[in-house]
Design a binder for this molecule. Sequence first.
Ligand SMILES: Cc1cc2nc3c(=O)[nH]c(=O)nc-3n(C[C@H](O)[C@H](O)[C@H](O)COP(=O)(O)OP(=O)(O)OC[C@H]3O[C@@H](n4cnc5c(N)ncnc54)[C@H](O)[C@@H]3O)c2cc1C
Length: 536
Amino acid sequence: MTRSESLRTLKESVFDLVVVGGGATGSGIALDAASRGLKVALVEKQDFSEGTSSRSTKLVHGGVRYLEMAIRQFSRVQYNLVRDGLYERGLFLKNAPHLAHPIQLVTPVYRWWQLPYIYAGLLIYDLLAGNRGLGRSRLLSAREALRRYPMLKAEGLKGGVLYYDGQFNDIRMNISLVLTAQKYGAVASNYLEVVHLDKIDGRISGVRVRDRLEGEDFHIRCKGVVNATGPFGDGLRQLDNPDALPLLQVSSGVHLVLDRRFSPPDTGLVVPRTEDGRVLFILPWEGHTLVGTTDEKSDVSSHPEATEGEISYLLRHLRATFDLDVTRSDIKSAWSGLRPLVFDPQTADTAKLARDHYVELSASGLLTISGGKWTTYRKMAEDTVDQAISAFSLSPVHDCLTAGMTVLGGEGDMGEVRRALISNRGVSDTTADHLVATYGNRALEVASLVKSGFPGELVDGHPYLEAEVIYAVREEKAVRLMDVLHRRIPLALLDRRATGHALGRTLNLMAAELTWDEGRQSQERAEAERRLADGL
Ligand SMILES: Cc1cc2nc3c(=O)[nH]c(=O)nc-3n(C[C@H](O)[C@H](O)[C@H](O)COP(=O)(O)OP(=O)(O)OC[C@H]3O[C@@H](n4cnc5c(N)ncnc54)[C@H](O)[C@@H]3O)c2cc1C
């Protein structure tokens, strides 16, 4: 469905639900509701996953750190969080097999007493995962820890503990959720901002949206509105009721991307305790090394910037962890994401706020979902849609189907897709691996574009293809330059300089597809350059 077709349907129809926010939470809700047979609209004021959902650590996890808190504080909330997270981790890996996979993680240990302590914690983690476990945790000698993660500081190393979690591609998962929701009948559009909640006799009856591309306002009629705007949640709640007390405390988490020499291709590292008592991950990701994250109280912003203080913090920990020198010039990209944490006035430390989710129904019928994490997006969606059905007296055709639903691209045997790419489409082994890991069985459609006029690579040193730009525009709702360069392929997250080099070619391809005039092209270029200079 093209954007103008979506806009026409949004103006003409009456929906069961308008879901506001096209990140993990909103896209998951749109998919859940549409697949139950409800009539659903999904509106996003920027691009899908432009908020927090493209800026995660990309782990599908129960949360080892929450388990430690559960045990130390006898906290049922934290315990449930880990148990639910591990259950959802299993479903996530099953339902998005091309986008998520198990990863082994090494925790280095420099004090003898920590070995049994960490090992015991991870055995409980395995136990809670039950038959959805990804592999057994085990103790490593110092020599084996170094063999698995050779960059580690060797001096004083006593050993390590190896355990398993999941890793995934957040931007691709987000767009897959949107497209799967569309397959089930949801009408989804990016660049539509909800600027007003329409009411009849004090009850919400629709929304007024501003089309941020065309500058036009229009109304969408519906029975219920779901506020899934993540860190912006309080803004929409206060549009509904100016006296609503804040529900959220927002905290910023920064990641750095370094090149591949800082991590082995198949193993991540967990620094179990940073100087402020947190956990730090150093992970192989998309042929690079991902390092994160920080946790600082923050204001809400559409394009949060990584501050000097946050970057220095991460570099300092890298230097303390590695025998390799790490300098600022090793950083290929840095970005910040905002955690939407449910407010607890008793807790000043944002790292200690529970990552559980919370659903609230206002007097006029705004259903707000806050908190949670990427791993549990499906469960959050199920809970929210259950509550929406009763709050707005909706009549679904089915019960929730998402526990057994594969997202678009994930159906079938990926080995066969890979073989077909190589033997029928003449694609190289490396390109086949990249396409399968990005598009699943839809890789064949991308490969057809390679054959029909878009054979080139986008930029040296990265696997991304011109054909992917065309596919993003034709099939994946990309309408702006950075939609492609940041959120259909993760180039801007990985490598700012390479993104600068790919900009001109991507602009030309998009301009031809979308018939952009000179003015629009300059506007797109200027906006992309601003994002690369100031923060994604
Ligand atoms: C640093 C960091 C690391 C993380 N790592 C992990 C991890 O490894 N694993 C994990 O499971 N979770 C992780 N999380 C948590 C996870 O990323 C978030 O819980 C999740 O992405 C939140 O999604 P969301 O849809 O609620 O918010 P968002 O992704 O921010 O989406 C909300 C959307 O609403 C839109 N919006 C706002 N106002 C309006 C409006 N008026 N009209 C229309 N649209 C609007 C915004 O533009 C935005 O796109 C991490 C979070 C952070 C910050």
